[in-house]
Design a protein around this ligand. Structure first.
Ligand code: FES
Length: 150
């Protein structure tokens, strides 16, 4: 029933500048990409070589989108394109930043358990939505990557 409702409306959703994805539990994830008018902030990625890379981040997008939109070269990052099935978008946050975010849900925690170099302040970039308060935040990309899909 819900599947039919969503499937029937996918063309309409697509025209509203959304991205429709199917996650590992075959649930539709509908991400609103209609952020052209959104304010941007600056965030930083520390890449696998330890280099700091500045990125413009649109409010309302995910950190995975930020990396892609800024052509940040993070080898293997975001392999499942945000469908929460790979853990390659693993990021390590500063403790003070981590504590300002809502706790990860069970699905994200399950995927984090499969990430390389898990820390107490680890999150998945595809699950973090950029907000105003993140201006200047730094996200460390672990030295290696582990794709949970094998
Ligand atoms: S991009 Fe695959 S879990 Fe985030």
């Amino acid at each position: 029933m819900v599947f039919n409702l969503i499937a029937k409306n996918i063309p309409k959703l697509a025209t509203l500048n959304t991205r429709v994805l199917l996650n590992k539990n075959t649930q539709f994830l509908i991400q609103n990409r209609n952020v052209a008018m959104s304010k941007t902030i600056n965030v930083f990625f520390i890449d696998r070589n330890g280099d700091k890379q500045k990125a413009k981040a649109k409010i309302g997008t995910s950190l995975l989108d930020v990396a892609i939109d800024n052509n940040i070269d993070l080898e293997g990052f975001g392999a499942c394109e945000g469908t929460l099935s790979c853990s390659t978008c693993h990021l390590i946050l500063r403790k003070e930043d981590y504590e300002q975010l809502k706790a990860p849900n069970d699905e994200e925690n399950d995927m984090l358990d499969l990430a390389f170099g898990l820390t107490p302040t680890s999150r998945l970039g595809c699950q973090i939505t950029v907000t105003d308060k993140m201006d200047g935040w730094v996200f460390v990309v672990p030295k290696d990557v582990s794709d949970a899909r094998g």
